[in-house]
Design a protein around this ligand. Structure first.
Ligand SMILES: *Cc1c(COP(=O)(O)O)cnc(C)c1O
Length: 352
């Protein structure tokens, strides 16, 4: 039996579930609603022509790291890129986490912290957020003392709740963790606050970022991490040499240099705030303030609302079976037209 051959840490895991339903408006995965510009497609055509697919990509992603270095304001030797930031979370486990180590993270948050911890054979411990999903520093510090975690994950703005963690609180945790503190800034561009410059002072601080959200390149799978040279050095030991393909490296580099994402981020932020105001007008919907490109809402019958939205052509994210997100749905901010359509659809569903 194949099942008897599978590692015990893996045998009970489930596939990451993605709805591949075709919907008129895709508002479930925090992607950018914007296609790249014509200009960028021309540049991409040029990149493809010069790409030499018979040759392995640059394992150090030198040009891309230099572009990120300029963007993030840290030297390129403290940056590593990955096949999405998921790949880097996995890499952190490979280099730093062993059996019986403890990994802590807020709950609810991004589900992959737990999954990769389980795959590493380590012990995941979720620390609940407050009633309004606010982050409770004291609770977190108690957990740090109690579990002596090898890795602590914080996510700010937090997915799926949209709230941020104050910088002072991050520093408090930094001052007491002996392991790594990973701050996931996947939605950094929508809020503007970062702790990147603290990586100069704290060698155990890791900042994760991605091209999948604000940069609009989810399909190309580009993520990066910023940390100390020591941490980056240990990461390279376990990295697959050619984890990021040549096309993704070159295109991510162009998109970053073009600066075209800026205007789009401004648009999404404006739409997010408008969407939030409009959601507040709907009876029976509680919405949580967000600093990212999505809004979490709470309704009486989330599964029913989710299904009826699909019937009307809108796909949002449901959290069926997650005890922390009972009756919650997460809607990704889209174009004004899509957001209006979603609001009208939700209004109608809620008025029935
Ligand atoms: C989307 C997301 C990621 C993963 O991004 P990829 O680079 O596409 O792997 C990581 N962390 C959080 C919190 C996210 O929401």
């Amino acid at each position: 039996m194949i099942r008897d051959l599978v590692r015990r840490d893996v045998v009970n895991l489930k596939n990451y579930q993605v709805h591949m339903q075709q919907c008129r408006y895709k508002m479930d995965a925090n992607e950018s609603p914007f296609d790249l510009s014509e200009d960028m497609y021309e540049k991409m055509a040029d990149i493809v022509k010069k790409s030499r697919p018979n040759i392995y990509p640059d394992p150090m992603a030198t040009r891309l790291r230099e572009a990120i270095s300029e963007y993030a304001g840290v030297p390129a030797d403290r940056i590593m890129v990955g096949n999405g930031s998921d790949d880097l979370i996995h890499g952190l486990m490979n280099s730093f986490v062993e059996k019986d180590d403890c990994v802590i993270y807020p709950e609810p948050s991004f589900s992959m912290y737990r999954i990769y911890t389980l795959i590493a054979g380590a012990r995941p411990v979720g620390i609940p957020l407050g009633d309004e999903f606010q982050y409770d520093t004291d609770e977190f510090m108690r957990a740090v003392y109690r579990y002596s975690p090898k890795v602590v994950f914080l996510c700010t703005p937090n997915n799926p709740t949209g709230n941020t963690i104050a910088r002072e609180d991050i520093v408090k945790v930094l001052d007491c963790v002996k392991g790594l503190l990973v701050v996931d800034e996947a939605y950094f561009e929508f809020c503007g606050n970062s702790v990147v410059e603290l990586t100069e002072k704290y060698p155990n601080l890791v900042v994760l970022r991605t091209f999948s959200k604000a940069m609009g390149l989810a399909g190309l799978r580009v993520g990066y991490m910023i940390s100390s040279q020591e941490v980056i050095g240990e990461m390279y030991k376990t990295k697959s040499p050619y984890n990021l393909n040549s096309l993704s490296q070159a295109i991510a580099c162009e998109v970053l240099k073009s600066g075209s994402y800026k205007e789009r981020v401004d648009y999404i932020v404006k739409e997010r705030d408008r969407l939030y105001m409009r959601l507040k007008e709907i009876k029976g919907v509680k919405s949580y303030p967000s600093h990212a490109n999505f809004i979490l809402i709470k309704v009486a019958d989330a599964e029913g609302v989710h299904r009826r939205l699909i019937e009307k052509g809108v796909l949002v994210r449901s959290f069926k079976g997650d005890p922390y997100l009972d009756d919650c749905l997460r809607v990704t901010v889209n174009t004004a037209e899509a957001n209006d359509y979603f609001i009208e659809a939700l209004k109608e569903i809620m008025s029935r």
